[in-house]
Design a protein around this ligand. Structure first.
Ligand code: ATP
Ligand code: MG
Length: 204
């Protein structure tokens, strides 16, 4: 099987994430997309962040409930140690040797990937599907893709998806100001955020 991995903090998940999954599924003929919520970093494993992790996971569940090829993967959320992307991807390759993996990310991640822990180890484990985002134009994206391919032998493809200037940060800010999240997150997620009174206090 060809499996897309959509990793993120998902605090909260929004239509930017979901559309990347949908377009990757269609354009690259993938069989499944696994939504992979990040666990808590070791220095932040407090009661507060554990509760937030439960909410992050619940919102992913609500968002993908009706889509058979979208799955929730709790590997990073549940392992008792913090898992870096390279470790997770190595583990997936070990656990599922017959499958091939496509790691989906946005431009900001493509441009910061060299700051990720042991990022070189990621490239042999998957093909990267990189989507444009915000201020990076197509030319800059192509240049960065070429650079990573030439320097590290990375396999990277451009993922064409609608450009949406939307981020979890701005959604948290909107929620804190009592503004609407309608059409930016699935209705069930907007309702969940309201019911659980998430993001009501501004995060600094
Ligand atoms: P935050 O503002 O908290 O950083 P975020 O919206 O960037 O949240 P993340 O969970 O950090 O969401 O992102 C997970 C992945 O999804 C990253 O690779 C990011 O680049 C990508 N992504 C998120 N939103 C978009 C978007 N609107 N367009 C393209 N890629 C996106
Ligand atoms: Mg982000």
């Amino acid at each position: 099987m060809k499996i897309g991995i959509m990793g993120g903090t998902f605090d909260p998940i929004h239509i930017g994430h979901l559309l990347l999954g949908e377009f990757a599924y269609e354009d690259f003929g993938l069989d499944e997309i696994w939504f992979l919520p990040n666990g808590n970093p070791p220095h932040k494993d407090t009661e507060e962040t554990k509760k937030a992790l439960r909410h992050r996971v619940n919102m992913v569940k609500l968002s993908i409930a009706d889509v058979s090829y979208f799955r929730l993967n709790l590997y990073e959320a549940e392992v008792d140690h913090h898992s870096y992307t390279y470790q997770t991807m190595q583990e997936f390759n070990r656990l599922y040797p017959d499958d091939s993996f496509y790691f989906i990310l946005g431009a900001d991640s493509l441009f910061s990937i060299e700051q990720w822990m042991y990022f070189r180890e990621i490239f042999p484990t998957c093909t990267i599907l990189a989507a444009m985002r915000d201020d990076k134009d197509a030319e800059e994206m192509r240049r960065q893709m070429r650079y990573l391919k030439e320097k590290y032998g990375a396999r990277i493809e451009l993922l064409q998806a609608p450009l949406l200037e939307i981020s979890s940060t701005t959604l948290r800010e909107r929620a804190a100001r009592g503004l609407s999240l309608r059409y930016m997150v699935p209705d069930t997620v907007a309702e969940y955020i309201r019911e659980n009174r998430l993001y009501e206090t501004p995060v600094i």
